[in-house]
Design a protein around this ligand. Structure first.
Ligand SMILES: O=C(O)CCC(=O)C(=O)O
Ligand SMILES: [Fe+2]
Length: 303
């Protein structure tokens, strides 16, 4: 019989889970205990889990249907489409395309109409210092806004754009063009209700180009305020990886960012699985936002 121990790691986010061998299937009691801890702590860290690709896939699949990474097919493990390689190991003799994955605050696959429900990232190799990842609690970010601001953003929709992935311009232009073709901009509500907990959370990040119906000039300061607030240090947990840490997080109530705080000549190799989320949002065709220039022209026309 497994003896699960759950120890909080941060004030706002994060708990460590020991007492489980993730190579073994979960029994119902353990699965329920994990889900309960996950809904409470949002990020679960399982240290000492030396899983191969098939074992990571099998563990992840106990929480839902796995993403096959069709949104970003160039970066998956050729032998296992469920595994995305987040690595700075050279691939085919060239610098890896995913060496700078996750360098701005984001939710996985927010630029699609099916943002990931969860992601599970396993550390296979890491530099001696740094290469940390941070997560921010979007329930607290929402709940600590004033009632007036909550009311203001209730109907706000943000336009998520794959081309705002930080460092995307350093990737192979042909692959990037293909990513953009596959992923036209998508509008998502800024406030979403978590389907399991019923709590409201902010759905934000730095891959947003503005708000539907707002001009760029109007959007920018609102977005900056909301992102700064959402990633305040009170809401953040910063994880220092050890090899064989598996970290499972809930994308529906978190933002995360991968820090470049390490010697890039040292290997950092991570494998990620993601769980399919619910369909949400819509492809944004644009056109209904009035730019500042057009407003000024409209005024000139009537005055
Ligand atoms: O490499 C990391 O620490 C996280 C990268 C990332 O954003 C992800 O795998 O979703
Ligand atoms: Fe990510």
């Amino acid at each position: 019989m497994n003896r699960i121990a759950i120890t909080p790691l941060g004030f706002a986010v994060g708990a460590q889970v020991t007492g489980l061998d993730l190579r073994e299937p979960l029994d119902d009691v353990s699965r329920q205990a994990l889900l309960q801890a996950w809904h409470k702590h949002l990020v679960l860290v399982f240290p000492g889990q030396d899983l191969d690709a098939a074992q990571q896939i099998a563990f992840s699949a106990q929480f839902g249907t796995l993403e096959q990474n069709d949104f970003q097919p160039h970066y998956r493990d050729p032998a296992h489409p469920e595994i995305l390689l987040v690595t700075n190991r050279k691939m085919d003799g060239k610098p890896s395309e995913t060496r700078n994955t996750g360098r701005n605050w984001h939710t996985d696959l927010s630029y699609t109409t099916r943002p990931a429900k969860a992601s599970l990232l396993l550390c296979k190799e890491k530099p001696p210092i740094g290469g940390d990842t941070m997560w921010a609690n979007m329930y607290l970010a929402y709940e600590t806004l004033s009632p007036k601001m909550q009311a203001f953003i209730e109907s706000l929709e943000a336009i998520h754009d794959v081309s705002l992935i930080k460092g995307i311009e350093q990737r192979d232009p042909e692959k990037v063009a293909d990513m953009k073709r596959r992923n036209p901009p998508v509008a998502h509500a800024v406030v979403k209700t978590h389907p399991d907990t019923g709590r409201k959370a902010l759905f934000l990040g730095q891959r947003i180009r503005g708000f539907v119906g707002f001009s760029e000039e109007e959007s920018a300061p609102i977005l900056r305020f909301l992102n700064e607030h959402a990633t305040s240090s009170e809401f953040v947990y910063r994880h220092r990886w050890s090899v064989n840490d598996l970290v499972m997080w809930d994308n529906r109530c978190l933002l995360h960012v991968a820090l470049p705080d390490f010697d890039q000549t040292k290997t950092r190799h991570m494998t990620r699985t993601s769980i399919l989320g619910e369909l949400s949002g819509y492809y944004y065709k644009g056109g209904d936002d009035l730019g500042r220039e057009s407003v000024l022209q409209a005024i000139a026309a009537v005055s």
